[in-house]
Design a binder for this molecule. Sequence first.
Ligand SMILES: Nc1nc2c(ncn2[C@@H]2O[C@H](COP(=O)(O)OP(=O)(O)OP(=O)(O)O)[C@@H](O)[C@H]2O)c(=O)[nH]1
Ligand SMILES: [Mg+2]
Ligand SMILES: [Zn+2]
Length: 398
Amino acid sequence: MADKGRKHHRPKTYGDKVRVDLRRNKQARARQQNLTHELLSDEDAAEDVSRQERVTSRGDLFRRRTMVGVRAEGDQLLRVVDESTCLRGRVVSFIGLHILVRCDDSGREYSCSVRGILRSLARDARNVVVTGDRVLFRQEGDAGQGVIERVEPRYGVLSRGSHGREHILVANIDQVLIVNAAADPEFRPQLVDRYLVCAEERGIMPIICISKCDLVDTRTLLPHIRAYGRAGYTVVLASIRTGEGIAQLQTLLAGRQTAVSGQSGVGKSSLLNAADPALGLATADVSDWSHKGTHTTRRARLVPLTAGGWVCDTPGIRQFELWDLALEEVDGYYVEFRPFIPWCRFPDCSHIHEEHCGVKAAVAEGLIPTIRYQSYLRLREDDTWAWKNPARGQDRDG
Ligand SMILES: Nc1nc2c(ncn2[C@@H]2O[C@H](COP(=O)(O)OP(=O)(O)OP(=O)(O)O)[C@@H](O)[C@H]2O)c(=O)[nH]1
Ligand SMILES: [Mg+2]
Ligand SMILES: [Zn+2]
């Protein structure tokens, strides 16, 4: 279901040979020379030089080339490289054009560029290398520089839509910590539910964290906590002022790759610092964050935890949106609806106005919490939400 609407085509494989279309780069002679250069380098000398040119219906000029030393894995083309001469690492962030890779063995950070051929192999030039990627890279000189030779297949990808295309924010995430403040900014269960839908669609385990619990009587949150608990979600009530929930967070984060998401000012960075004081992430001053537009954390960066694992402290809310989910698919991502959907008379039941609806019956019988059903209705009504795939109009870029 998640793959619906993706436009790329699968490459054809014949053993270690793959046929790829290379879009001819009109402006860049230099780049083509680079390609030629690579073809002549030892490793790529095996590549078939016989190519054809063809013009697509859109008038783009493609070169079609059979590459040897490339294998396809799922949607990705993997370059076969000599692993004994490479180091393994993880992309922790981007600084301008440089990609910061942390070496698995030494923990040292290298400033890397990307081998040009990887751009030709990528199905989407914007996501050739992204934060969180596992890579093979070759060290260049002694000054902490390197070249990325291969990007390993990804799992657990968070992305958003931007100008009708997918923009991957972070890859290889096991779980997402959805942080929503009990107050200041006000508790917004609707937002939590949207994040939950996103996480479910991506197959990433969500953990709900209600922060700043020192500011409210948490009994007022019980209906929500109970609804999430019944759906099987872990809910952490936390406060950096009282220390509540911090130990639980430490346990949940240790040894895993976690993306932390939520509106600006809910206390994401503060919570991470409390869970692991060695992180020393920047947080907002009390007087500061409430000013509109303040985003203390500005870019996705992966940081290793003292207890093992990684966290990705992402900037505020817009960073975690779906880019290609159809509104009609949302019901399946309200997990507690799932057992009842087969009982709907109409296979395309929206569970809004239809007779003989299994979901509505379950709500009436108290088997689905009313607040979650209402949240579903609101989400279906809300056209401004950014579930816009290219076919559905323009997206809202943050
Ligand atoms: N009362 C109270 N305030 C908190 C708590 N946690 C964080 N804060 C305050 O909330 C403000 C925002 O905290 P940050 O950690 O910078 O928030 P953030 O979610 O990382 O924000 P961005 O980086 O902008 O996305 C700071 O002034 C914190 O001191 C808490 O548990 N209780
Ligand atoms: Mg922050
Ligand atoms: Zn129904």
